[in-house]
Design a protein. Structure first.
Length: 322
């Protein structure tokens, strides 16, 4: 194995089982942010990563999703490991501060920007690494990782309280897409590339909610989808108003959808959608990586994906005729 100048013990001290370490870090993030998060295995859409996804509060997303990238096939080859037989499959490389930057040829489990945004994650990685190196028994270390998390949180209690006071109400910027345009894209796919579709309707709705100060009206956009096997409802939140006569269409055209969060929500709540309408699944799978890099999704991002969907659907129809 090529450990890039590190001892085998040092290198293996940075390698973790992806699902387990992701779960522990998700609990750490929940403690520091004082919000609920959900751990999602993105292999469902062919992504080699886990996502710590924030739970929505009052139709607001306060934190961006945190991604943990697994070691990929090319990484294993670079390390001199056979990808087909390796015990390093479904693992994540999380180096401590003293090693970070020394190995930049393989995938780091958490990118630099995320670690800078959530510095306590790197502090926890450093804490785990120190405990692991001093333990000299990796089986025992793994058994104690939950205890180590509790120990770290207990030691950092004062810092955590201060962090919550400073950051709790701050809201991260999300990658967005115009609601009306996104709804048009969904409708276009359902009309043209959904052979299992029996019917669907798209409409704007108004939900009345009572509050201590009176009433508010929440505006939603909904796609009701009926396929040969399922009935699926996709809805997005447009906005709230106290005016019963508010122009819903105007609100719709002017509102934006946090698209990365929406895709993650769909993976969690509507898994049957991808099987019943593969073209929508393809759209979201191709769109998700773009949401990492951009603040706004435009038709220039969507048009190439629609072109690919048209091409695949043409091939499907040709096979059907044969």
């Amino acid at each position: 194995m090529n450990t890039f100048g590190l001892t085998k013990q040092q290198f293996e001290g940075c390698i973790y089982s992806s699902g387990y370490i992701s779960l522990l870090i998700s609990k750490l993030v929940e403690t520091y942010e004082a919000y609920d998060f959900e751990l999602m295995d993105m292999h469902k859409i062919n992504e080699d990563l886990f996502v710590i996804a924030p739970v929505e509060y009052d139709n607001k997303i306060y934190r961006k999703a945190i991604e943990l990238n697994e070691l990929k096939k090319d990484d294993l080859i670079c390390l001199g490991i056979d990808p087909k037989r390796s015990s390093y499959k479904r693992t994540i490389f999380l180096p401590p501060t003293l090693i970070r930057g020394k190995i930049d040829v393989i995938t780091n489990g958490i990118d630099e920007a995320t670690l800078n945004r959530y510095p306590y994650i790197q502090e926890f990685i450093d804490f785990l690494y120190k405990s692991r190196i001093s333990c000299n028994d990796d089986v025992l270390f793994t058994k104690n990782m939950k205890v180590l998390l509790k120990d770290f949180i207990l030691r950092k209690k004062g810092d955590i309280n201060h962090y919550i006071d400073e950051n709790h109400d701050k809201q991260d910027n999300e990658c967005v897409i115009n609601q009306a345009y996104f709804s048009h894209v969904v409708s276009y796919i359902l009309k043209n590339f959904a052979p299992n579709l029996l019917g669907y309707r798209n409409y704007l709705g108004k939900l009345r909610k009572k509050t201590d100060d009176g009433e508010i009206y929440e505006i939603i956009n909904e796609h009701d989808i009926l396929t040969t096997k399922k009935q699926i409802a996709l809805y997005t939140f447009i906005g709230s108003t106290t005016d019963i006569n508010a122009d819903m269409n105007k609100m719709f055209k002017e509102s934006n959808l946090p698209i990365q969060h929406y895709i993650l929500k769909l993976i969690r709540t509507s898994p049957g959608l991808f099987e019943e309408v593969p073209a929508l699944g393809y759209l979201f799978c191709r769109l998700y990586p773009i949401t990492r890099e951009k603040k706004v999704i435009t038709p220039l991002d969507i048009d190439p994906i629609l072109g690919e969907i048209r091409g695949e659907y043409t091939k499907y129809k040709e096979r059907e005729r044969i």
